[in-house]
Design a protein around this ligand. Structure first.
Ligand SMILES: [Zn+2]
Length: 174
């Protein structure tokens, strides 16, 4: 029985890993959700003007950056990871871990910082999460992360900015 259980667990984690890999494939966005709960409402045209193209594409067209492409993968300093669009703090550096997936990964998120929804665009249902303030897409969360939460927030680096602990956090973008 034990080996069956182990095998099942392995199979499940392989499936999740594959899902994480497949998410690197650029997807044509079919999302028409407007994130009505977001408190900062801007049109896509406004965001397009404010953000670098690669950040805009991930945040508001739900693109996924290529794995291993973000400098934040190797960022190890103390500080805060904020939404690249509206500057809301999302993750403390204490939550970061090396998941080996090629995307910045965290096991926890700051209180109230994100919203979640089911993403059924691939062959399995994944949980998408986005900035609670502006609705910008950040990544997907999986339940194969380390303790104490067991969660893995798999984030696009271009959707974040890192603010080292010695620097002041920027004012929220209005
Ligand atoms: Zn935001």
């Amino acid at each position: 029985m034990k080996s069956t259980t182990t095998h099942t667990a392995e199979r499940r984690s392989i499936l999740k890993y594959l899902a994480a890999c497949v998410s690197s494939v650029a997807l044509v966005s079919s999302s028409t959700l407007s994130f009505a709960a977001a408190t900062l409402q801007k049109s896509r045209a406004e965001w397009r003007k404010l953000l670098p193209k690669e950040s805009y594409d991930v945040l508001f067209e739900e693109d996924t950056e290529a794995p291993g492409s973000s400098a934040l993968n190797t960022e190890k300093r103390k500080g805060t990871y904020i939404c690249a669009a509206c500057f809301l703090p999302l993750f403390d550096s204490a939550f970061k871990f090396d998941s080996g997936t090629g995307w910045p990964s965290f096991f926890d998120v700051l209180p109230g910082a994100i919203g979640k929804r089911d993403d059924t665009r691939l062959f399995i249902t994944r949980t998408e999460y986005h900035c609670a303030r502006c609705g910008g897409h950040q990544g997907h969360v999986f339940d194969d992360g380390p303790q104490p939460t067991g969660l893995r927030y798999c984030n696009n680096g271009v959707a974040l900015q890192f603010v080292p602990a010695e620097n002041e956090l920027p004012e929220l973008r209005s």
